[in-house]
Write a protein that binds this ligand. Structure first.
Ligand code: HAM
Length: 450
């Protein structure tokens, strides 16, 4: 029988690397809390219609990358429901906003999420079929200020702060405005007109997009089509005065906060719900998949999926890509990798060696007590020869070995030996605190030591 492997495009994350993932997530939680964001957790699968109507039928995500299946019908008379593993989290958050009537609070809802997303893309470095996003959305009724350019700038400033606190250097912010719901159709019509005499020269995908969703032509990566794409009309020339003023106000607030950006008039992004501000942060260390994160404003999304008017702005970062970037930054990545190695690979603070099966309960009891003092403890197999206990303790990189045998149990003593030293120290049960201090002493070098 062939051995089973993780499915193509998915992967296991193992210690000590998972320490790095936790560090990234903890930093996000800490930074987002300062901006008064709270966590939301939505289901990993949703009704397929949510993505078809929210993200857009014509997008690559919906037309070819979703994991979709028919659920079993509950009764024969019932139609089976079509379900989809979420390819992104914005549609789910907006669905939850509508379902729980969060708009009725009259307040802006500031929500963040951390979790896996699923897209059937061609796997490569930085691109997976199950990947992790850390994202946030600020959404609410217009009366709560949800349309204000201040929100866009605040979210972007939060992202710059987060990346800087994480220690990611050299990121670039590209920003654009794709206009309002009324600007877009005028621009799309102009694009269609400009593409009509040229589309036959383009790749098959772009010929189709020119018909169905000409905006998608703009973010095409096809090398041969770039010359034509460069010459197409620019969205900036089709923005109405309100959209122009909105964009100018976002940029002015970014200037005031010292957040550096570049305006990229071709940045339309691959999801249909965007209006006005769109942005991406890229990083040179990532190679072809250089987008660390993407986001923008979606003033019409709630209404598109049957909700009240609820403009919003948000982003999602590729957590896999944040990790790759950190690892590519030699000095910083090494420092964190070393810390992670210290906490995991360097092993437990103590290895408890139960000398017989009879004393196993005493060994567990002592482990419980030491873990209560925040020590990382490994309990060995009861009754092994002492030499074998030492072998295990060394393999685990334990800092010390604690013996629990009949001598200790009946003599009411703790017996400990720092590994690599000749000393063998014994305390009475009444001297537990001295025993703890000695254990701490042997663990001084451990980063996560108590
Ligand atoms: P997106 O641009 O599709 O936007 O994805 C955001 C980020 O997720 C990307 O910049 C990238 O870092 C990461 N990502 C996407 N696909 C993959 C993949 N296959 N493997 C690894 N990482 C990936 C959204 O998802 C929007 N929901 C963002 C948003 C939130 N807009 C408004 N609010």
């Amino acid at each position: 029988m062939s051995t089973l492997k993780a499915v193509r495009g998915t992967r296991d994350l193992l210690p000590p690397e998972t320490e790095l993932w936790n560090f990234v997530e903890e930093t996000a939680r800490r930074v987002f809390a300062r901006y008064n964001f709270g966590e939301i957790r939505t289901p990993i699968f949703e009704d397929t219609q949510l993505f078809a109507r929210g993200v857009g039928e014509e997008t690559d995500i919906v037309s070819k990358e979703m994991y979709t299946w028919e659920d079993r019908a509950r009764a024969q008379s019932e139609k089976a429901q079509s379900l989809t593993l979420r390819p992104e989290n914005t549609a789910g958050v907006v669905r939850a906003y509508i379902e729980h009537k969060l708009g009725e609070t009259g307040l802006l809802q500031k929500l963040y999420y951390i979790g896996p997303q699923f897209r059937r893309e061609r796997p490569q470095k930085g691109r997976y079929r199950q990947f992790w996003q850390i994202g946030a959305e600020a959404i609410g009724p217009p009366s709560a200020g949800s349309e204000s350019p201040l929100r866009d700038a605040e979210v972007l400033e939060m992202l710059a702060t987060f990346l800087n606190e994480l220690g990611i250097t050299g990121w670039r912010l590209e920003i654009n405005s794709v206009g309002s719901a009324t600007d877009r159709p005028r621009y799309v019509a102009a694009l269609r007109e400009a593409l009509a005499p040229m589309k036959h020269l383009m790749c098959e995908d772009n010929q189709r997009r020119a018909e169905t969703n000409p905006l998608r032509v703009l973010d095409s990566k096809d090398a041969n089509d770039q010359e034509i794409i460069e010459k197409l009309p620019k969205i900036a020339d089709y923005l109405d005065d309100a959209s122009k003023a909105h964009f100018a106000a976002v940029l002015a607030a970014l200037d005031a906060c010292g957040v550096k950006y570049e305006v990229n008039p071709r940045l339309v992004r691959g999801l249909d719900y965007y209006t006005r501000t769109t942005f991406e942060f890229t990083h040179g260390g990532l190679g072809a998949q250089n987008a660390l994160l993407g986001g923008g404003r979606y003033d019409g999304l709630s209404e598109a999926i049957g909700g009240p008017k609820a403009p919003g702005i948000g982003f999602a970062m590729g957590e896999d890509r944040l990790i790759l970037t950190l690892q590519s930054q030699a000095s910083w990545g090494q420092q964190i990798a070393d810390e992670a190695a210290n906490t995991v690979a360097k092993g437990p603070h103590a290895y408890i060696a139960p000398m017989s099966l009879e004393v196993a309960p005493n060994a567990l009891e002592l482990a419980q007590k030491l873990r209560g003092e925040e020590f990382r403890i490994e309990v060995g197999e009861p009754g092994l020869k002492i030499r074998r206990h030492f072998e295990f303790a060394e393999k685990l990189h334990a800092k010390s070995i604690v013996f629990v045998g009949e001598n200790e149990v009946f003599g009411k003593t703790y017996s400990m030996k720092p590994l690599g030293s000749r000393a063998n120290i014994v305390w009475n049960f009444t001297d537990f605190s001295k025993f703890v201090s000695a254990l701490r002493g042997t663990n001084r070098n451990l980063v996560s030591g108590p």
